[in-house]
Design a protein. Structure first.
Lengths: 437, 437
């Protein structure tokens, strides 16, 4: 049997401890699968004394993860510290420069510095594996990087943030407000004390940036992503969606269009009968559309120590199965130097259906004015509902429009027009509709 | 750049022609991904003159696929002939013996001879890749073989036959009979002239046998699989399922239980709100449950030239990325010699919920007798519905029972008892209920 593969782990938080436990408890099975033993030989963590449910007493300890990356006797460096700068960036860089394979779960780091790190990995002929960075335990990186060779991806979209999906699922199931759901999610540990990063779409955007690069062979550009969070989704939206045969999900969507590559994160209406609409709670899902295969959907646990550890261990096992002399496939599917800059499609040129919910003063001519603004902007309507407002205020009405395919630009002009007409009681609500099977 | 990878394709039917087209049309992109060119250098097919929409005029032709496997100047042998014996078996064997990597889409061959072929591949140090053999373009083999390293699978189940799912979907959507749906499926090319292989579950069983081996590290044993087809599913079952919050799907299920490994193919009720219940038409889906990750679901096109070609090309690309010196992972996840025989769980020991639909003579005491038989066999009932029979025959009633978890053995005894009591007008219908998220 080949020599044991020596693993160094930097970061022994929830995920790190879970990775260590799996490597230890499944050692025999992993050896059988990989043809060699996988052994943790070095770790780096802040607190040596903490009980992590796994015995790491026999391994070399480093206070400095960079020292671990550079000096430890290891074949693979596993980065589970987190953060897009500081220690995480420094130690991943140092490990790659030292010719160690790297496995990381760090989406923020890859979204920001993935390209530069991939260049080092490819120059050094080592692997940089990051299955856990996007959608936790769902093998979407491997699918895009390996399984779909030969396919040209046309669209990739998904539910990439468990916190948002948990909140939207409970809002729909229990009829409670966003604020109430968020509080509960915080109490249950599904949302951070400062939930901005999750609920405003930043976390989804990081993951989407990585998927876009893999899917389209383009340079990672997280800054190009159009972003809207879920904090202004109300029960009125959820109920209206339900009646119209839709469900609201926070999606990250990357799509090849005539005007370039669209990358957007926003609340989205998906048909209730679609597979992705059934993805509830903290579960994640990614759909991939290609020219040859058609549409593929993967769903599963997107976060949590064990789900993330599962992906990290899969990445480690892949390296264990390789041997010196193996020419590894490129980090983002194509060599980092060949990842293309791309034309960014502006959100204004986005084409699709729209849901528009307006609260209007109940007076003669309001509805006609709305209809006129839509027609003036060439917006054709699939359905129009006018009814008593949920507020029970007789002086106002709710108007809900669902458009056929039109452009963001036309919708914005029309809605601005309606606002200028002075018929609106409240800010208009506009939610994009996404095709899904 | 490394030398080009030379591919020989045996079989240029729908899938073979599609593979050839993809390799040619995506040549540049594949080269970028794999770091070397992939070139078709030899083919074998019955008819040299047929137009397959791809130019194979420059490559070497072999009338005999075994000669291609043995003599052609190739690195990879792609078997797309089909069938579990004859030419397919002979040429795959010959290619492996000659030290060529093999890619195949042949589920029947693997279900029957996979173990013997894996032993040759592992002895020769070459790869035997077969992503296309199960669930077409869905990367379930790669997921089980690579991504889930370290996970212990507890259950794997799925919709593995597009023909059956197409028929069940249309029966539900249009209220038409099994026979009518089957005729339509045959007319549209979704079902064979002799549909037995699909509708009686044989095709699903072949695929399940491969998944079981990968999931549990056991020897392939297609003959052990309990099998029931969909031909006796009626509108009455579909409607009753709908009312109870279920949908009927033909599932292949392999599960680790206290009494051994269960492998079964049968019509199954899954909760309407589960993700797998939304998998419609010819689409396939596979759910994998493990101790670490939890539940993963993959869905997508399970058949057709392009979906199958996508998986075959992915397998070829994986080999193209490897280099001499690379120690390939074992064919079924563990070395073929270490795949374990296993204790087969008998279907009578299956534990789960059951749907039981009885058509009874409308007379005093019938219902009481049924309830008594259930109680005598310790079957606790979740719901009981008695109502007028759909036949509008006032002399008979329909009784629908949904049980809490019980055993197959108890249900069979109870139903036999009811039959003996003489209250039944018709054969009882029993459908297993499967947990699904």
């Amino acid at each position: 049997m080949a020599e044991a593969l020596r693993v160094g782990i930097a970061g022994l938080g929830t995920v790190g401890a879970s990775v260590a436990r799996v490597l230890k408890s499944k050692s025999e099975e992993l050896t059988r699968q990989c043809g060699r033993e996988i052994v943790i030989t070095a770790v780096s963590a802040r607190d040596r004394s903490r009980d992590r449910g796994v015995d790491v007493s026999g391994v070399e300890w480093f206070d400095d993860p960079v020292a671990l990356a550079q000096n430890a006797d290891i074949d693979i460096f596993v980065e589970l510290i987190g953060g897009d700068e500081g220690a995480a960036r420094a130690c991943v860089r140092a490990a790659l420069e030292a010719g160690r394979h790297v496995v990381t779960a760090n989406k923020a780091l890859l979204a920001k510095h993935g390209l530069a790190l991939a260049e080092i990995a490819e120059k050094k002929g080592v692997l940089l594996n990051y299955e856990a960075a996007v959608a936790g335990g769902i093998p979407v990186i491997k699918t895009l990087r390996e399984s779909l060779a030969g396919n040209t991806v046309t669209r990739v979209f998904g539910i990439l943030n468990g916190t948002c999906n948990y909140i939207l699922t409970r809002m729909e199931a229990e009829g409670i407000s966003f604020e109430e759901c968020l509080k509960d999610a915080q109490r249950l540990g599904y949302a951070e004390a400062d939930p901005t990063f999750d609920i405003e779409g930043h976390d989804t955007a990081h993951k989407l940036a990585i998927l876009t690069s893999l899917a389209f062979g383009t340079k990672i550009a997280a800054g190009d992503i159009y972003m809207e969070g879920i904090s202004n989704i109300s029960q009125a939206d959820i109920r209206a969606a339900e009646e119209l045969g839709y469900r609201i999900k926070l999606l990250g969507v990357a799509q090849r269009t005539d005007s370039g590559i669209e990358q957007r994160v926003h609340p989205t209406m998906v048909p209730t009968a679609s597979v992705i609409a059934q993805v509830h709670g903290v579960t994640n899902a990614v759909a991939i559309e290609t020219d040859i295969l058609g549409e593929l959907l993967l769903s599963g646990p997107g976060a949590g120590g064990n789900a993330t550890a599962s992906a990290v261990v899969g990445d480690i096992a892949d390296i264990a199965k390789s041997r010196p002399g193996f020419q590894h496939g490129p980090v983002f599917g194509r060599p980092a130097k060949e990842l293309r800059p791309y034309k960014k499609a502006q959100i204004r040129s986005h084409a699709g259906g729209y849901f528009i919910r307006l609260t209007v003063h109940d007076r003669i001519g309001a509805f006609a004015a709305i209809a006129r603004r839509m027609a003036d902007n060439d917006i054709s309507l699939e359905s129009i509902v006018q009814r008593a407002d949920a507020s029970n205020d007789a002086s106002q009405k709710t108007v809900i429009l669902v458009t056929h395919e039109t452009t963001e630009s036309a919708v914005r002009k029309a809605v601005d027009g309606v606002t200028k007409d002075g018929h609106l009681v409240d800010k208009p609500q506009v939610i994009r509709i996404e095709r899904a099977e």
